[in-house]
Design a protein around this ligand. Sequence first.
Ligand code: ATP
Ligand code: MG
Length: 213
Amino acid sequence: MLPCAAAASGATGARVGIMGGTFDPIHIGHLACAEQVRAACALDIVLFVPAGDPWMKRGRDLAPAADRFAMVDAAVDDNPFFAASALEIDRRGATYTVDTLRELSGCCPDGTELFFIAGVDAVAALPLWREADRLGSLATIAVVTRPGYDTSDGRLDAARRLVGADRMVDVPIVGIDLSSTDVRAMVRAGRSIRYLVPREVADYIEKRGLYRA
Ligand code: ATP
Ligand code: MG
């Protein structure tokens, strides 16, 4: 992997999407969301960046970062517009999006535009993120709906005010009502996850015995 995978997209003026997440495991909701935002925002590349140490999920057992990364890497392999980045895993310590965006904007050619892709559930918590008021200066936040999440409580508006209304865009997508929590629960219950995750991811989970206990 290049030190800055985004540079792989090449030219000055590239539009680079960043899909952050725990990806424990990656599923078709993540992939379909990223693909629809890529097309809607005319992105040249979408980087999938698994969090090394997602501080908001402390206290919960996570699959090892190496496994989460391997599954993301396998899942994006067949899409030339997608790439996996180990940037947040390699950084060590608690994972903060602001650090990731700074690192990427520092290594991308001048004129590169960053788009941070996030579901409404993630954006609702954005005001709690480190240096949340700096995010808008580093990237456009591309917000996608997520079936089943109530967005009427004003938290999205608070995030929008913090980031800057013109730095947040709502991208309509066909929603898929699926979470990694659902996938883990299905594996634990011995149910089939075929078609809910790419075949390579299902095979990896099976081979490594993830999420069984
Ligand atoms: P978990 O249930 O473990 O929290 P998750 O499915 O929410 O997993 P995350 O890794 O937490 O996945 O989410 C990463 C990003 O992907 C977040 O911005 C989240 O909103 C978004 N996302 C996850 N699933 C979907 C989905 N089905 N549709 C749209 N966005 C999604
Ligand atoms: Mg989540």
